[in-house]
Ligand binder design. Structure first.
Ligand SMILES: Cc1ncc(COP(=O)(O)O)c(C=O)c1O
Length: 503
């Protein structure tokens, strides 16, 4: 028999894991989040100096001691308040800045369930419903991609960056079957493996080249056309030049919704080009793949059925808690070659109906969040209409905002928006060309600090532009017009404060 000290937990330990206390405190959190979600005024970020915030956070910490402290419910409430208050108010109509969004609140409820039942989802035995839900969502979404239901595969990954890396690994392993075990063939004098992608592809693509041992220098940057899409006329010459440099391009990465301006590369033509040359076509649809669920917008990804893989962030345009990324492969045999490892404690030599759904050998993570659950639950509860309606509204709104902008003589659109991202510049009359870059940056920084709106900025052709990403269906054209007034006001402040100098 074990000594009594080993058989009974202390009262404090019991308290910390107590179901009743959990229920009461979950109620407190829900009430606070209700207040948070109900506050819909036009707001941006209340940017706090990190030292001040650290001080506030440290003030909430229990003094160091060996015994666990008892629960102070006021402190818990204060932690929740501080957390909520210091975030970007993503559900306010003032938030137009980035690609993450206010989630469908019930998605948060399901995510909360996931956190408490804590089922890591790479293995069926640990997360039965999430694994089944992954299969169901894969089938549901593949209806819009159009791949052979018996041949395609899908794994979830913790974000679009990891999905891009995983797909590129699969592509590399198909083209260079020995790379995984033997290393880069270029070490033995063979042509260097390389990846071709648009000049403004998301940085995760070149990062993947670094991680995979291919080297960032082996990214072949394809020039863009006036619409910021890969210029189809330049692909052939760029690939020929790469070959001259002793590069062996094995993968072409297209963007379906580029990060900077939301441009959609022409997948249809790129897929034909990739096939002719035996290249893997990966589509980075982290932002824009969600347009597939809309009958009106699906055409932006025309030709997707000819791609080899597709990264799709549901935590962007499907409005679920991050991370939730789905990585699709047209051919499961090729796709599932991304990782080649044996680990007897988790990977079985032969699968059965239970282990067949395991994804531990197909994704990078071992312990993985059951990220599909909010997406599947919302899809189950509301159907695809919820997502399609919101996406269509956001794209229409951005188009309307573009029209409003074009009618203003002191603003210039950088491009015609294809989805819900739009970049533009504030160009008051008399502004010297040399000050354009500095003025946009100064305006964005001041707006970020002043707290009425939240927008972002991006350099396009080396010159800064203001960038809005419409992720919130509560934003109307009136809010956009108010943003333009704010930009004029802040711009005047900047120009008068600095007398235009130093921009
Ligand atoms: C086109 C594109 N690809 C990849 C990513 C990276 O996705 P994640 O932030 O989920 O890693 C982003 C994120 O902004 C993106 O816009």
């Amino acid at each position: 028999m074990l000594p009594p000290a080993h058989t009974s937990a202390t009262g404090l330990l019991l308290d910390a894991f107590d179901a009743q206390l959990f229920r009461e405190n979950a109620g407190t959190a829900a009430a606070k989040l209700h207040d948070h979600l109900s506050e819909l005024s036009i707001r941006g970020l209340d940017l706090i100096d990190p030292a001040t915030l650290s001080e506030a956070a440290r003030a909430l910490m229990t003094e160091e001691r060996e015994e666990a402290a008892g629960l102070d419910e006021k402190k818990l409430a204060a932690i929740i308040d501080l957390y909520v208050r210091t975030g970007i108010p993503v559900h306010s109509p003032g938030y137009m800045g980035r690609q993450f969004s206010g989630v469908v609140p019930l998605g948060g409820v399901i995510d909360f369930v996931s956190s408490v039942v804590n089922q890591p989802s790479s293995f069926y035995e640990a997360a039965q419903l999430p694994n089944v839900a992954e299969r169901i969502m894969a089938d549901e979404l593949n209806r819009f991609i159009g791949w052979d239901p018996d041949r395609f595969a899908m794994v979830t990954t913790s974000g679009g960056s990891l999905a891009n890396l995983t797909a590129l690994l699969a592509a590399r392993n198909r083209a260079f079957p020995d790379f995984w075990a033997a290393g880069n063939p270029a070490l033995d004098g063979a042509p260097r493996p390389a990846i071709a992608t648009g000049a403004d592809a998301h940085y995760s693509v070149s990062r993947a080249a670094g991680i995979m041992g291919i080297g960032e220098a082996q990214i072949v940057r394809l020039p863009l056309d006036a619409e910021q899409r890969i210029d189809l006329d330049q692909v052939g010459p760029a690939l020929a030049a790469a070959e001259q440099r002793n590069l062996k391009v094995f993968c072409l990465v297209a963007s379906a919704g580029s990060t900077a301006v939301g441009a959609f590369d022409r997948i249809d033509a790129l897929a034909d080009l990739a096939r002719e040359r035996g290249l893997w076509l990966h589509v980075d649809g982290a932002h824009g793949a969600s347009l597939l669920v809309s009958d009106k917008l699906r055409h932006k990804l025309k030709g997707i059925e000819k791609a080899d893989s597709l990264a799709w962030d549901a935590h962007k345009m499907m409005f679920v808690p991050a991370p939730c990324t789905l990585l699709f492969y047209r051919d499961k045999e090729a796709g599932l070659g991304a990782f080649r490892q044996n680990a007897s404690y988790v990977f079985d030599e032969k699968t059965d109906p239970y282990t067949e759904l395991d994804s531990g050998d197909k994704n990078f993570e071992c312990t993985k969040r059951p990220m599909i659950m909010p997406l599947w639950s919302l899809w189950a509860l509301y159907g695809r209409g919820l997502f399609a309606k919101k996406i269509e509204y956001l794209c229409r709104l951005t188009d309307d905002a573009h029209r409003i902008l074009c009618a203003e003589p002191d603003f210039a659109a950088v491009h015609r928006p294809e989805a819900n991202i739009m970049c533009f510049r504030y160009l008051p009359s008399g502004l010297p060309d040399g000050n354009v870059h500095g003025l946009q940056k100064a305006i964005r920084d001041r707006i970020k600090r002043q707290g009425n709106f939240f927008i972002s900025k991006v350099d396009i052709d080396g010159v800064a532009a203001l960038r809005v990403v419409m992720m919130n269906h509560r934003i109307t054209t009136d809010h956009f017009t108010a943003l333009l007034s704010e930009i004029r006001r802040v711009g005047a402040e900047v120009l008068s404060g600095d007398s235009g100098a130093g921009l």
